[in-house]
Write a protein that binds this ligand. Structure first.
Ligand SMILES: *Cc1c(COP(=O)(O)O)cnc(C)c1O
Length: 373
């Protein structure tokens, strides 16, 4: 949509292609106490709360770093040291939350299903009924490992009905998939400046229930990851505790202007869904198979099974697409050899069609007739 001469199109789970306007918002330096920067920072946090429909009940606390930093900080801040979590896992990001709890020394159980399978809602309910010590349920909204869309509203409902608290990794969902705090009872959700909000990478954030966060002093196991401390300090003077990613925040503000102009999450969902349809239809036309049935597929990133043809060499395929300006992503799955192509970022129909044309050419070059697994 806004090609700069040599930059590749990133059809990946992140970092993602950003618009020229977003990149141009970084062509300045700001001091951390600069009044204009403090105002921009406050505006970005307000806008994120509004997108989540959470302005009356929650606060938004930002953190330097990639999305994982915000996940690690939110889990350590919200879950008391004597708390216990149940982690729903069907991919690498659910696994990562369990690892974070290991590091933080928080007791937890996991409820794991294969990467192409939704968590069992009956199993969730049974696990909660079986263990009264569990205080928190941790779930991933779109598990980017496969692109599967987890049933977050059902998970939220069952968690609330059983009087437990919910923390959502909404990293690859927020800004494109429906998200409304009024319909989705949660204590914490984490996302980042990159992914569906199409800012540049470098900042994560957590949207946390205010009444719960107020009780979280002393929970965190690391100063730099203490979102209670980050929140109370920012409430006092509007400033970050440690060097803020000033350029990232200014770019984020500009990216959110474009998000609004596109019609918010509904508009963005429509573009990503159109991207996804072009991609999946085109790939199926070349014989490729998706890992997931269409009803499990979020329009975020699509996993394709590796073709069976012995002449197909993934590294050569990847490199040849890269030299044509399209970056795809290897698979991370245990259930099947695979690769992934993303639908998110500043990409539209012409980029998806361009990627398909490049894939068709590279298949010809490799003398692979079909992408069938
Ligand atoms: C991208 C992503 C993250 C964060 O990954 P980083 O590499 O730390 O930005 C976490 N969870 C999900 C579901 C993601 O897609």
């Amino acid at each position: 949509m806004t090609p700069t001469a040599k930059d590749p199109w990133l059809l990946t789970p992140g970092p993602l292609t950003t618009s020229k306007a977003t990149k141009e918002a970084m062509l300045r330096d700001w001091g951390s106490r600069d009044a204009q920067f403090i105002e921009t920072n406050a505006r970005v946090l307000r806008r994120l709360l509004d997108i989540a429909g959470a302005a009356d009940t929650h606060v938004c606390v930002p953190l330097q770093g990639s999305g994982t930093f915000a996940v690690e900080a939110a889990l350590g801040t919200l879950i008391p040291r004597d708390g216990k979590a149940l982690v729903l896992i069907n991919g690498a990001y659910g696994q990562r939350m369990a690892r974070i709890l290991d590091y933080a020394g928080r007791d937890h159980k996991v409820l794991e299903t294969p990467e192409d399978t939704l968590p069992g809602l009956g199993d969730l309910e049974a696990a909660l009924k079986a263990d009264a010590a569990i205080t928190y349920v941790l779930a991933v909204y779109c598990e980017t490992t496969s692109g599967i869309l987890n049933p977050i509203e059902d998970i939220a409902r069952i968690t609330a009905e059983n009087q437990r608290r919910l923390i959502i990794d909404a990293m690859s969902a927020f800004g494109a998939l429906p998200f409304d705090a009024a319909a989705l009872p949660f204590d914490g959700m984490m996302a980042s400046s990159n992914k569906c909000l199409e800012g540049v990478p470098g900042m994560g954030f957590a949207i946390l229930r205010r009444a719960v966060l107020e009780q979280c002093q002393g929970n965190a196991h690391a100063l730099s990851l203490d979102l209670y401390d980050q929140w109370t300090a920012m409430e006092k003077n509007g400033q970050w505790r440690f060097t803020p990613p000033t350029h990232v925040i200014n770019a984020f503000d500009r990216a959110l202007d474009q998000f609004d102009a596109e019609g918010g999450a509904a508009g963005r969902h429509a573009r990503y869904a159109a991207n996804c349809k072009i991609l999946v239809d085109g790939m199926r036309g070349l014989g490729f198979e998706t890992l997931l049935a269409d009803e499990l597929q979020a329009p975020i990133i699509v996993t394709f099974k590796m073709p069976a043809d012995g002449k197909f060499d993934f590294q050569a395929f990847y490199d040849a697409l890269g030299s044509r300006g399209y970056v795809i992503y290897p698979g991370k799955l245990t259930v099947a050899p695979s690769f992934r192509i993303g639908c998110i970022g500043q990409l539209g129909a012409s980029e998806m069609k361009g990627a398909l044309k490049a894939i068709t050419e590279v298949m010809k070059e490799m003398d692979v007739e079909s992408g069938a697994p």
